[in-house]
Design a protein around this ligand. Structure first.
Ligand SMILES: NC(=O)c1ccc[n+]([C@@H]2O[C@H](COP(=O)([O-])OP(=O)(O)OC[C@H]3O[C@@H](n4cnc5c(N)ncnc54)[C@H](OP(=O)(O)O)[C@@H]3O)[C@@H](O)[C@H]2O)c1
Length: 234
């Protein structure tokens, strides 16, 4: 049996606590990060608060092993006096949306082997895979995720704007979007790249530029240049 305390009632704290409640081998407690008076000692204390609050809130915790759930905050930002670690779920969480923990990779880090094993055991109980990742690597994963997730989503937004302003249903692009995301499970993104930029199809590129506003033009040009510089012609 692993005893743990989840501190924080935001997106991550809520999803984690609700999932732990379903696991018999976990005895979990839930604490509001604004009211730390009722904390008891447990095997693991999971701090799921905003990145900027991690140092301050952790400095008020006396439990023996405290981990945070952030992708971009290093382990040494934890200010508790005892042992420290990281328990970072690499997925985007929103309150009210269903989360399938079996599909979420967890990045774990700890100061000693026993604590690392304990975190790996906890991830196993969640039914998913853990990766031993250093704070330095985790920051790079977070950066890579901004490109893979946030920037890609922004491209969907522009794509939808173009559809909307031309009375085209955005759903017509969904199979293409899904196929692009699916393809890179089997071949590298470099190998999967297609389109006028890679082919250096200048006439098409010029026609596209004429249809865009200034901001979209700049983005199109920059990304086209990047594809041509780094792209691998098949
Ligand atoms: N959301 C995601 O997709 C996601 C994914 C992976 C990792 N994470 C990481 O998980 C952590 C929590 O993220 P979240 O999405 O759950 O955030 P959130 O929904 O915004 O919740 C943040 C929590 O922190 C508390 N908090 C903020 N400032 C505080 C302070 N000064 N003192 C005490 N408590 C404070 C908030 O309390 P109040 O409500 O009272 O302000 C709230 O309970 C972050 O480190 C984040 O980087 C998030």
């Amino acid at each position: 049996m692993i005893s743990l305390t989840v501190i924080g009632k935001g997106n991550v704290g809520t999803h984690l606590y609700n999932r732990f409640l379903e696991i018999d081998a976990v005895d979990s407690k839930w604490i509001d990060s604004r009211n730390l008076n009722s904390i008891e000692e447990t095997d693991i204390t999971i701090l799921a608060v905003s990145d900027d609050a991690i140092s301050d809130v952790s400095s008020q915790i006396e439990n023996s092993f405290v981990v945070h759930t952030s992708g971009s905050v290093s382990m040494d930002q934890l200010q508790n006096k005892a042992r420290k670690g990281i328990f970072y779920p690499l997925q985007s969480f929103t309150k009210g949306e269903i989360v399938d923990f079996t599909k979420i990779p967890f990045c774990v880090e700890a100061e000693n082997t026993n604590d690392l094993k304990l975190l790996e055991q906890l991830v196993e109980l969640l039914g998913t895979k853990s990766y031993q990742i250093s704070s330095e690597q985790r920051k790079k994963i977070h950066l890579a995720a901004v490109f893979a997730n946030n920037f890609t989503n922004h491209m969907y937004k522009i794509s939808k704007d173009i559809c909307d302003s031309n009375q085209i249903p955005f759903e017509i692009l969904l199979p293409l979007i899904e196929e692009t995301a699916s393809k890179i499970k089997n071949i590298s993104p470099g190998e999967a790249q297609t389109g006028p930029a890679l082919r250096n199809d200048q006439k098409t590129i010029q026609k596209h530029l004429e249809m865009l506003n200034q901001q979209q033009k700049e983005l199109y040009t920059k990304i086209t240049e990047s594809i041509q510089k780094h792209g691998k012609k098949l």
